[in-house]
Design a protein around this ligand. Structure first.
Ligand SMILES: Cc1cc2nc3c(=O)[nH]c(=O)nc-3n(C[C@H](O)[C@H](O)[C@H](O)COP(=O)(O)OP(=O)(O)OC[C@H]3O[C@@H](n4cnc5c(N)ncnc54)[C@H](O)[C@@H]3O)c2cc1C
Length: 500
């Protein structure tokens, strides 16, 4: 009926929707043991929700409202005790080596009970993702060792990511916009390192973190070509904390101001700079862009998982209300209009979940999860004892050649089409799921009347918390533009994106 040649021709006619086959393509390639691992992770998260998150979520929210200076060390210490800050650190760096897709399912679970607490754990992995994007093995080893030691000594060591500046939010999320933005965070080259000056704002977990991955620029007139990524430790001279934001939602997770005044960062804490980026097949500017896409393709799917949690949390509250409340002598759950609302909410939750799963498939096929999800690699790391892996790789990671080899493999190994596909799907998941999360909050409130507005019913908190998800990890407007840029525009040369 249709020849092979015709199939190829028709599938190659734009707009190409072959991305829709991501799950079909990825599923057979995935190691079966990953399913077992994900089930285990979900069960751990549910147990943690039951014993720690649910009993404390509303209390923490109230506490922060009454005393904005409070830092939720009590929760962070619990999460540290449960091992959550090392669970997704590779075994060669001393962590437990869980696979990256399982982190999304974990985040959905915690997010369904409290988004602020989900962020208190999740942002640490945003920091780690940015750390790993530079493929600087020696620094990765050092920071991961601190996190692992922090778990053993019960003194949590968290990592934050600092990009946003007072005059530049969206502009620092996209290399195309960086040169037009009002960027002021300056990394000046000096003997033996960089001198850092400037301010970062809205940095999640800032006040709680021991390490901060700071993105700065060597030439403020050409930020896109002079990006510098630095690891800065709390307590470094010239680095201090400013205010903690009083915000609408996710109150339990601090958003901090970081201030740098002539803060010296030695070469051994420079993750990557323009000099080190000049050895790849792409020019420096494109390499910087690739690194942003590399990180955000994973972390935006992570925010989508938070949002699936919000969509589910709102649905669960509405369902509980409908099954307990009588209207006109009949339980609400037996009114047709309520059944339609609940069906709509269930659908919204399911779609938000599918969006991050598809995005993870894209990363498994073409992006940051690719290497570790190949069956031989996955089983090698899973079955080899951690101590043995560390012994084998520990001294190797110190060698500059390892950093060079890993970087080259990762950076030059990814094609332009693969970068666009993973990034586009990260954006799709992010804005689709976060919009659906908000939608479910509105539907739950519609069903619950005055009860929904009460704090103890949780929905008003989920709505306040979920609203923030539409803003961080690139606003939803930016993510729509990025989807257009990555998945639609490449077939239409006449399309201009991020135009002045
Ligand atoms: C709770 C919370 C936690 C955060 N955590 C962190 C963190 O840990 N680390 C960190 O670095 N940052 C963090 N941020 C900052 C976040 O990344 C920024 O808020 C986000 O990038 C948007 O920047 P902005 O708020 O400055 O908005 P702006 O960039 O000022 O944008 C304002 C509006 O204009 C639109 N807009 C801007 N430029 C364009 C354009 N070119 N085309 C079309 N529309 C455009 C935006 O979509 C938005 O609607 C956090 C923010 C929040 C709210």
């Amino acid at each position: 009926m249709i020849s092979r040649r015709e199939i190829k021709t028709h599938l190659n006619t734009p707009p190409r929707f072959d991305d829709m086959f991501l799950s079909l393509m990825a599923a057979p390639r995935l190691p079966k043991a990953m399913v077992k691992e994900i089930r285990r992770v979900v069960a751990i998260a549910r147990k943690f929700n039951h014993s720690v998150v649910r009993p404390y979520a509303l209390e923490l929210d109230r506490k922060m409202q009454e005393n904005p200076g409070f830092l939720p060390w009590d929760f962070v210490e619990k999460a540290n005790e449960w091992g959550f800050y090392t669970m997704w650190i590779p075994k060669i760096f001393g962590g437990k080596g869980y696979s990256m897709p399982s982190l999304s399912y974990f985040m959905e679970e915690i997010g369904s009970a409290c988004l602020a607490m989900a962020n208190l754990i999740g942002v640490h992995y945003l920091g780690l993702a940015s750390l790993s994007a530079a493929w600087n093995m020696k620094i990765m080893k050092r920071l991961c060792a601190d996190v692992v030691d922090g778990e053993a000594s019960r003194t949590p060591c968290l990592i934050s990511l600092a990009i946003t500046e007072p005059g530049a939010g969206t502009d620092v999320e996209e290399i195309e916009l960086a040169d037009r933005g009002n960027i002021t965070c300056h990394a000046e080259r000096v003997a033996g390192g960089y001198k850092l000056n400037g301010t970062k704002i809205f940095i999640s977990n800032g006040h709680l973190s021991k390490w901060h991955i700071v993105i700065a620029y060597a030439d403020l007139k050409k930020p896109s070509e002079t990006t510098v990524s630095l690891a800065v430790k709390t307590g470094t001279p010239g680095f201090s904390f400013g205010r903690k934001e009083r915000k609408m939602g996710q109150k339990g997770c601090p958003a901090s101001e970081l201030i740098f005044k002539d803060c010296f960062v030695p070469d051994e804490l420079v993750l990557i700079d323009a000099d080190q980026m000049s050895g790849f097949k792409r020019p420096v500017r494109e390499s910087a862009m690739q690194m942003i896409h590399y990180v955000t393709a994973g972390t935006r799917a992570g925010v989508a998982a938070f949002a699936a949690g919000a969509a589910r949390g709102a649905f669960e509250e509405a369902l509980a209300f409908a099954s307990q409340t009588r209207v006109e002598d009949k339980l609400l759950i037996n009114h047709e209009w309520a059944q339609c609302l609940l069906a709509e909410m269930y659908k919204n939750y399911a779609l938000s979940r599918l969006s991050y799963i598809e995005s993870n498939y894209a990363n498994g096929l073409y992006g940051s999860f690719r290497e570790l999800q190949k069956k031989p690699m996955y089983y090698y790391y899973k079955l080899t004892p951690a101590g043995w892996l560390r012994k084998m790789f520990s001294s190797l990671m110190e060698k500059p050649a390892m950093t060079r080899i890993y970087r080259k493999m990762q950076m030059d190994g990814q094609t332009d089409a693969e970068i666009l596909r993973t990034s586009g799907w990260g954006s799709l998941a992010k804005f689709a799921a976060t919009d659906l999360g908000i939608k479910n909050c509105h539907l739950a409130l519609e069903m619950m009347g005055q009860a929904g507005l009460r704090q103890d019913r949780r929905v008003e908190k989920i709505l306040r918390d979920a609203k923030l998800l539409q803003i961080y990890e690139g606003t939803n407007q930016l993510n729509r533009l990025n989807l257009f840029n990555c998945l639609i525009a490449p077939d239409y040369p006449q399309a201009v994106v991020f135009d002045e």
